[in-house]
Design a protein around this ligand. Structure first.
Ligand code: F6P
Length: 535
């Protein structure tokens, strides 16, 4: 295994002195209701790029935070981050760089091919954003020479989750800030009804398909693309006009060309962009069509602002590092193998499934970078959903179950909905977020519950019977991420924040975040099936 020049000699994380200190500290952490009494608790916040991380409700105190920061320093997080930004082959098993940061212009100039990468990125960004603006202006016409009005994205995993999250999250912004006439749809699932239901309301003469596949070998996507061709032909599209309705985004332009995609309808990404890190590339074309090219670049600027914060902020004020360390504390020292992501903003409904791929495909690993087997937990099981609905469902388990489930609450301070009732609704959403976070931390003990039930007029024998069922242990930790508003800039910063958090946790655990041999297995299993020869 070739280690990159900037990677320190490998030390298993559990061998680090700070790891041992943290193990000792984990045995005597006060209950959150005690920690929250600290008048200085408000200091446990940090802000960057329009986001604020409030970790006052995490089960840490200054001693623990200090040791976590020592662990970060001892693990040489920043030298490893700089190696990533310099384009070193930190994707060790595939011997590739992981240079998604270059897509937003953040890579460090020392990269030997620095200028070439910047040039390649700029050319492709210009190409696909110009194409997006042309589609938006009605400039892309189908076989009947009428403008394309509907775009269907065919892709799966990183070729679907990132663009779909972003298009959904920014749909309100797009509706209020742009004049977009082109509708964007997503089909990722091979279940035939998915494509049928999407296409049944569309017109073949005004519909185009973006076939998103970095490898251009993913069976599900190629099969969906073949079905789309059938639908176009059945809808009256002459075979020699198909290319008007088919767009490819891939790192394998040779395969796209062989499958009949026109060169001016083929957009490129590179093997140094991981699928789950590819939103910033031409994989973001559906978003560029939904928002416009200029707004897409605002997304890149937001991510770049987070990159600059990540590379420059001191450990104790560094949002990605803090989130990584708090996650590690909960997983490795406080016995919490799962992690709940609970946005209190409808626009972020698709953030949990996006983060499931980002976090669990990156860090769902059991082998250290030196080939040895890990002796600690790595990625948590990430799950989640809209908090305002979860509190009427699975929050029961959080309040009275046996699992200790750390929560990322995510709130958006400003709601742009242009209706008279929006401000009041938004206030209630935010009040629910704050109330749930506090209740999960403080709980309600038997003494307080007894008093409450008696005050409600319940007789003593009933109260005695009911108290065990009506107490809440509390002590469930959470972070609260505030976005000032949901704009391309803020979404870019949020996604980059989680990308760097995942990177930091991989560096702390000593695992590779950028390969995915486990999911590659799925593809080989499927290859034995009979598949169409082209997409
Ligand atoms: O099978 C896993 C995976 O390779 C993901 O890493 C990737 O995002 C997805 O499949 C789609 O791959 P492609 O973009 O090559 O079609």
């Amino acid at each position: 295994m070739v280690m990159t020049p900037s990677m320190p000699p490998f030390t298993p994380p559990s061998q680090r002195p700070a790891w041992r200190s943290l193990t000792a500290l984990a045995g005597s952490v006060p209950h959150l209701r005690e920690l929250l009494k600290d008048p200085q608790r408000h200091q446990f916040q940090a802000s960057a790029a329009g986001l604020t991380l409030d970790y006052t409700h995490q089960a840490v105190d200054t001693r623990i935070l200090q040791q976590l920061c020592v662990l970060a320093e001892d693990s040489q997080l920043m030298p490893q981050a700089q190696a990533m930004f310099r384009g070193e082959p930190i994707n060790l098993t595939e011997q590739r760089p992981a240079l998604h940061v270059a897509l937003r212009g953040s890579h460090l100039p020392q990269a030997p091919w620095g200028d070439d990468i910047s040039q390649q990125v700029r050319v492709e960004l210009t190409r696909f954003t110009a194409f997006a603006d042309q589609v938006r202006a009605g400039g892309q016409r189908g076989f009947s020479h009428t403008p394309i009005t509907d775009i269907v994205n065919l892709g799966i995993g990183g070729s679907d989750l990132g663009p779909r999250l972003a298009v959904d999250a920014l749909a309100p912004w797009a509706a209020l800030q742009t004049r977009n006439q082109v509708r964007v749809h997503f089909v990722s699932n091979l279940d035939a009804w998915n494509l049928h239901a999407t296409l049944s309301s569309l017109n073949p003469s005004t519909t185009a398909f973006i076939v998103q596949s970095k490898s251009f070998t993913t069976p599900e996507t190629l099969m969906l693309a073949a079905s789309a061709r059938h639908w176009l032909l059945a809808g009256g599209c002459p075979a020699d006009q198909l290319s008007r309705h088919l767009i490819a985004v891939t790192a394998r332009a040779d395969l796209a060309q062989a499958a009949g995609y026109a060169a001016d309808h083929t957009f490129h990404l590179w093997d140094w962009v991981g699928g789950r890190y590819s939103l910033w590339s031409a994989i973001g074309l559906p978003l560029a069509i939904s928002l416009g090219g200029k707004a897409f670049e605002a997304l890149l600027h937001g991510a770049r602002a987070m990159d600059e914060h990540f590379l420059s902020a001191p450990t104790a004020h560094n949002l990605p590092v803090l989130m990584a360390l708090l996650g590690l504390w909960n997983i490795n020292f406080m016995g919490s193998p799962t992690h709940l992501v609970a946005p209190y903003a409808m626009s972020l409904a698709r953030l949990p499934p996006y983060l499931q791929q980002l976090e669990m495909e990156s860090n769902g690993k059991r082998t250290h970078i030196d080939g040895s087997t890990v002796d600690c937990q790595t990625a948590p099981v990430v799950w989640g959903g809209l908090g305002i609905e979860g509190q009427h469902a699975y929050f029961q388990l959080l309040h009275q179950g046996r699992h200790r489930v750390p929560v990322d609450f995510i709130g958006v301070r400003h709601d742009p909905t242009p209706t008279a009732w929006a401000p009041e609704q938004h206030r209630v959403v935010v009040d629910n977020l704050v109330a749930q976070r506090l209740a999960l931390a403080q709980g309600r003990d038997s003494t307080r519950t007894h008093q409450l039930l008696r005050a409600q007029g319940m007789d003593e024998s009933t109260v005695t019977r009911m108290v065990p069922h009506r107490t809440y242990p509390g002590n469930t930790p959470s972070s609260l991420l505030w976005l000032d508003e949901m704009t391309p800039h803020h979404l870019g910063a949020l996604i980059a924040l989680y990308e760097h958090k995942v990177f930091c946790q991989a560096a702390l655990w000593g695992i590779c975040a950028f390969d995915q041999w486990g999911v590659e297995l799925g593809k080989t299993l499927l290859n034995s099936a009979k598949l169409p020869h082209s997409g």
